[in-house]
Every structure is written in C-alpha cells, then in structure tokens.
Design a protein around this ligand. Structure first.
Ligand code: PEP
Length: 253
C-alpha cells in the first residue's frame, strides 16, 4: 500500500514568529482532528527547519521537508544547502525540481538527476516535481513532456532507489493561479505517470509510488482530487500558509 501524503510548500513566506505560530496551530489541529495514517510534511524555508522541528518534537506525526538541496555534497558554493546538511539536521524530505526552481533558477533534468542522486545517497526522501506549462498542454504535448521530465531525472535509478521517491505532478498553469486541474485531468496524468513507471520498473513498483497532485489545491477542491484512484495526496502551496485551510485539506484524504 502506497502512502497518503499531504505536503505544504511554504515557499519564501513567513517571518520566524509567524512560522512558529503556523506550526503550533497545524500541530494542534492535526492531533485533535486528523484520523487515519496520512503523512503530513511541512516544507519550510531552510532557516525555519530546526525551529519548526523543535515545535513538532519527536512524537508528532508531522515531518519537515526542505524546498531544495544542492547537487553538491559540500564545498565552495556560497548560499547553497546540501543534502548532507539536511540529513545531519534529521530533515527527512526535500522537494526537488519544483517548477519555480526550473523557471527561475534554470534547473533541468540533468541537474535534477544529480540532485536526486545526492539526496538519496544521504537518505533523504525526494518529492520530485514534474508538470507542463500551459502552452505545452494546449499543444497536447503534456503527457510526453511529463514522461520526459521523469525519464531525465529518475530513470537512471535502480528499482530500490526509485521506490524511495515521491512524485508530485504540478501543472505549471495551476500553480498559484487559483486555476486547478479538474479531477479528470489530474487522474489522467497520474495514470500516465504510473503507466510510464510500470513500463520501466514493473507494475508492482509503479503501484508502490505515491504520486501527489499540486496546483491550487484548497479545502473546497481537495476531496474530489484526492478521491481519484491514482492521486495519493497533495503538494499544497498557498493554502498551506493558513492553518485551518491546510488541516481541512489534510482531512480530505
Ligand atoms: C506549489 O507551490 O507546489 C503549489 C502547488 O502552489 P499552489 O498550491 O499555491 O498552487
């Protein structure tokens, strides 16, 4: 059985005090209201990982994640943060290949393959993002592009390594726009991704991978999206910055 996961991507938002308050609120509501075995991940800015972890403590069912990590392990790379550092801080998850990283920082499949390798080498769980821009969908080339993004960054992995990856399908036109994919569009693409994984690694491996949907998920649309057979949870941006909204999304799974 693959895991159900709801991850919040805080991006570059919140002051430290706001981040602490948000964490405490989410933690309290999750403890009181969330039943079942959904995994919750808070992907905070780097400086807040330890303060947020300290609030969550060891008993919490909520984990933290980083939003990026370097392709290098250490060295003269000013401003970068490595998977080695994240592991030494007991951070279990890292988002890799978010469309904002691809768009604003020029990250491509070749670089992401290296980042994935280093993250896995140091025991992190990559939440690997893929997804097409609007013009690609309009040309009806979205399935081919997403399959290519997955091939470029993940298909060099052996079966054992691939099974550690979480995939997030995030159509670029739905990120931060308030325009979510329909549940049919999400299900169709998730099924394509799973079929593509099955073609390379076999059905059992493909069935074990959690594939999250991301792109303007909110409390009103989460239930329908999460009800799709191949949607195993969500990667949530804007709505993860509001405790009540985020917890309602978690409860929708
Ligand atoms: C994201 O940042 O991964 C995301 C999906 O953002 P939003 O939910 O705001 O569209």
């Amino acid at each position: 059985m693959r895991s159900k996961i709801v991850a919040g991507n805080w991006k570059m938002n919140k002051t430290l005090d706001e981040a602490k308050a948000l964490t405490s609120e989410i933690m309290g509501m999750v403890a009181d209201e969330v039943k079942g075995d959904v995994k919750v991940v808070l992907c905070t800015p780097f400086p807040y990982l330890i303060p947020v972890k300290n609030i969550l403590g060891t008993s919490s069912r909520i984990a933290v994640g980083a939003q990026n990590a370097s392709e290098h392990e250490a060295g003269a790379y000013t401003g970068e943060v490595s998977s080695v550092m994240l592991k030494s801080m007991d951070v279990p998850y890292v988002i890799l290949g978010h469309s904002e990283r691809r768009q604003y920082f020029g990250e491509d499949g070749k670089l992401l393959a290296k980042k994935v390798d280093v993250a896995l080498k140091h025991g992190l769980i990559p939440i690997f993002c893929c997804g097409e821009p609007l013009e690609v969908r309009e040309r009806n080339e979205h399935e081919a592009l997403v399959c290519r993004q997955i091939e470029e960054a993940l298909f060099h992995l052996n079966e054992e390594s691939l099974k550690k990856i979480v995939i997030a399908y995030e159509p670029v036109w739905a990120i931060g726009t308030g325009k979510t994919a329909s549940s049919q569009q999400a299900q169709d693409m998730h099924a394509v991704i799973r079929k593509h994984l099955a073609g390379k690694y076999g059905q059992a491996v493909a069935d074990s991978i959690s594939i999250l949907y991301g792109g303007s998920v909110n409390a009103a649309n989460a239930k329908e999206l999460f009800a799709c057979a191949d949607v195993d949870g969500g990667l949530v941006g804007g709505a993860s910055l509001k405790s009540r909204e985020f917890v309602e999304i978690i409860k929708s799974i």
